[in-house]
Ligand binder design. Structure first.
Ligand code: EPU
Length: 312
């Protein structure tokens, strides 16, 4: 079987030092749910130049170009992902004020959310604490306007920069189109960094205490000791997905190695050996049952990547 020419181009890309490349990299290993097949090519660009050049290769070869943030909110199909999977971590992990006491922080999409929260508190800032306990990277958090009961990250954003069709584009806060667990970035845009405004905290100790409390609450109310992908469904307006699923009697339901968590009904955990298809079939069963019981159609919060079969 002949090797596609983009393989040669991408090998050359890695040889030139534009980034790291792994062929047939297991995506179960880089996602928190620990399911899914391999990426045909898994790349970690060292900079925006490496990112743009990889995108060009994908574009010329007409192959898919997937973007992986922290891998915390994803279900990757068992058949894996053809083409390139881009992981923005190396080269995109910067965070902090440009000069001491500057409230404006330029933060890379690959910076971990936990690290951003920690740094902002070290600098006596407020605004990032809404991400306390939310796993993943800043890129993923921006894409889905992540947050918790205390708020979401969108309001702290001043602009977001990314690569769209090989070009760098900047979106003002208004143009980002943040909504509950979502944003309005154009399809195919790869978020690379953002400028945040983190004003001085009026009471750092109080924010630290709030972060601690919210982390402790999560440890108590979420099955964090088992592989999971966070909330499976968004909370519908005026409802809680977890409560609806629990009261419909779905806690403990399972398909293969996937189970509706007994700790938090809006989490599906991988008991070991779950297939991505098990997770998706189970989620669809829950969605159907909640619709029948409560008349509410839950909307997926997790992103499904790749080809899935019909759920029975
Ligand atoms: N509840 C149940 N049964 C359950 C789970 C929850 O009745 O099995 C009830 C709880 O008792 C509570 C209500 O549902 O009255 C809400 O639950 P919880 O406080 O756990 O928060 P949540 O609305 O389910 C949201 C975010 C989480 C975030 C937490 C804490 C969504 C969909 N989920 O959860 O985000 O961690 O608030 O801030 O917005 C994520 O997005 O992946 C995520 C984990």
């Amino acid at each position: 079987m002949s090797v596609p020419s983009w393989h040669d181009a991408l090998n050359a890309w890695a040889d030139e030092g534009l980034g790291r490349l792994q062929w047939q990299r297991s995506l179960a290993e880089v996602t928190t749910l620990k399911v899914g097949g391999a990426a045909e090519a898994f790349i970690e660009p060292a900079s925006s130049v490496g990112l743009a050049s990889a995108w060009q290769i994908a574009q010329s070869a007409k192959i898919p170009f997937w973007v992986l943030g922290g891998g915390t909110n994803l279900v990757v199909a068992d058949g894996g992902l053809p083409g390139m999977v881009v992981h923005l971590r190396r080269g995109f992990g910067f965070a902090g004020p440009r000069v001491p006491d500057d409230p404006y922080w330029h933060v890379g999409a690959g910076c971990g959310t936990g690290r951003l929260v920690r740094l902002s508190l070290e600098h006596g800032r407020q605004g990032a604490e809404v991400l306390a306990g939310v796993p993943g990277t800043v890129g993923g958090a921006l894409m889905m306007n992540a947050g918790g009961h205390e708020g979401e990250i969108g309001p702290a954003v001043r602009w977001v920069e990314g690569m769209l069709k090989g070009k760098v584009e900047r979106f003002s806060q208004e143009a980002c189109g943040f909504v509950y667990r979502g944003s309005g970035f154009p399809k195919g845009m790869v978020l690379t960094s953002a400028l945040f405004e983190f004003p001085p905290a009026s009471d750092v100790a109080a924010i630290k205490a709030q972060v601690k409390a919210s982390q402790a609450r999560r440890r108590q109310t979420q099955p964090l000791n088992m592989p999971n992908a966070g909330s499976i469904f968004k909370n519908p307006p005026k409802h809680s997905a977890g409560r609806l699923i629990e009261s419909a009697g779905c806690k403990g339901w399972d398909v293969g190695g996937a189970e509706v968590s007994a700790v938090h009904a809006n989490f599906i955990v991988n008991r070991g050996g779950a297939l991505a298809q098990d997770v998706v079939t189970l989620a669809h069963r829950v969605q159907k049952h909640v619709a029948k019981t409560h008349g509410v159609v839950l909307e997926f919060e997790v992103k499904l990547l790749g080809q899935f079969g019909a759920s029975s």
